[in-house]
Design a binder for this molecule. Structure first.
Ligand code: PGA
Length: 249
C-alpha cells in the first residue's frame, strides 16, 4: 500500500545535551519556512521533552518519548510513566527499541504492556521489531519479526493510532542497511500480520524502517513499497541531515 504522508521520527537516544535545543530550533524554523507534507516527530531524552517542545512550538514538529514504564505510577526509581511523558508534551513514545530489548531484557510481553499503558495515556506507540544478524543469516528474519509483531503489539491497538518500526538490529548505528528488496519483504510480513489482527486499522497503521537511514539512502528507502516512514537515530541529531531525510520522503 502506498502511503503518501510519511512519518519521520528522530530518535536522539542519550544525546542532545549540548546544542540539541539549537538543532531543534533550526529544524522548526526550516519547517515553518518551507512546510512538509510529512509528519515529523522528535524524540529527545525525557529531561529535554518540555524544552524541545517549547523550542519547536508553532512548527509542525511533534514530540515523543523514547520509552515509558508499563505501570501508571508508583515506586519505580528512575522510570517515566506514559502519563508523565504525555504531561511533558509527548504525543508519541518509542517502545521495544532493540537497545532496550537487549540492554534492559525487555520481552515482547513487556513491550505490549508498555504499549497498553501508552495507549491508555493517549500516546501513539511506535513499536520496534527486528532480527539480529545471526537470525538473518539463519534465514529466520521474517519469522522473528512476525512473532515480535504478534506478541509486542497489544490487542488494544485495534482502536487506536500506533506505528510499527522494522529495525534490523544489525543495521542500527552500523552504516549497514538491508537491500531494498529485503526491506520490502519484511514490511509485507508486518503488514500481513497487522491486517490479519486488526483489519482496516492494521491496513493503515504506518510501518517505518529504521537502521542507518541517512540523507543519501533516505529517498530510496522511503520509496520502497510499504514503507510508511523512517525512525532515524544518528542522522536526526543534526537539523540539516534530518531535514534532508524529511524532504527526501
Ligand atoms: P541509527 O539508529 O539511525 O543511528 O542507525 C536508528 C534507531 O536506533 O532507531
Amino acid at each position: 500500500m502506498k502511503q503518501s504522508v510519511k512519518l519521520i521520527v528522530g530518535n536522539w537516544k542519550m544525546n542532545g545535551a549540548a546544542g540539541g535545543l539549537e538543532q531543534a530550533r533550526l529544524l522548526a524554523e526550516a519547517l515553518k519556512d518551507q512546510p512538509t507534507a510529512n509528519q515529523v516527530v522528535l524524540c529527545p531524552p525525557a529531561t529535554l521533552l518540555e524544552r524541545i517542545g517549547s523550542a519547536v512550538a508553532g512548527s509542525p514538529i511533534q514530540i515523543g518519548a523514547q520509552d515509558c514504564r508499563a505501570e501508571p505510577s508508583g515506586a519505580f526509581t528512575g522510570c517515566v510513566s506514559a502519563e508523565l511523558a504525555s504531561e511533558a508534551g509527548a504525543a508519541f513514545v518509542i517502545l521495544g527499541h532493540s537497545e532496550r530489548r537487549a540492554g534492559f531484557s525487555e520481552s515482547d510481553e513487556l513491550v505490549a504492556a508498555k504499549a497498553r499503558a501508552a495507549l491508555a495515556a493517549g500516546l501513539t506507540p511506535i513499536i520496534c521489531v527486528g532480527e539480529t544478524l545471526e537470525q538473518r543469516d539463519a534465514g529466520q528474519a521474517a519469522d522473528i519479526v512476525e512473532r515480535q509483531v504478534r506478541a509486542s503489539v497489544p490487542d488494544q491497538a485495534r482502536t487506536a493510532a500506533f506505528a510499527v518500526s522494522y529495525e534490523p538490529v544489525w543495521a542500527i548505528g552500523t552504516g549497514r542497511t538491508p537491500t531494498l528488496d529485503q526491506i520490502a519483504e519484511i514490511h509485507a510480513v508486518v503488514r500481513r500480520v497487522l491486517a490479519e489482527r486488526f483489519g482496516s486499522a492494521g491496513e493503515t497503521a504506518p510501518i517505518l524502517y529504521g537502521g542507518s537511514v541517512n540523507p543519501k539512502n533516505a529517498a530510496d528507502i522511503l520509496h520502497v513499497e510499504g514503507v510508511g516512514g523512517a525512525l532515524v537515530g544518528g542522522a536526526s541529531l543534526k537539523a540539516d541531515d534530518f531535514l534532508a531525510i524529511i524532504r527526501a520522503a
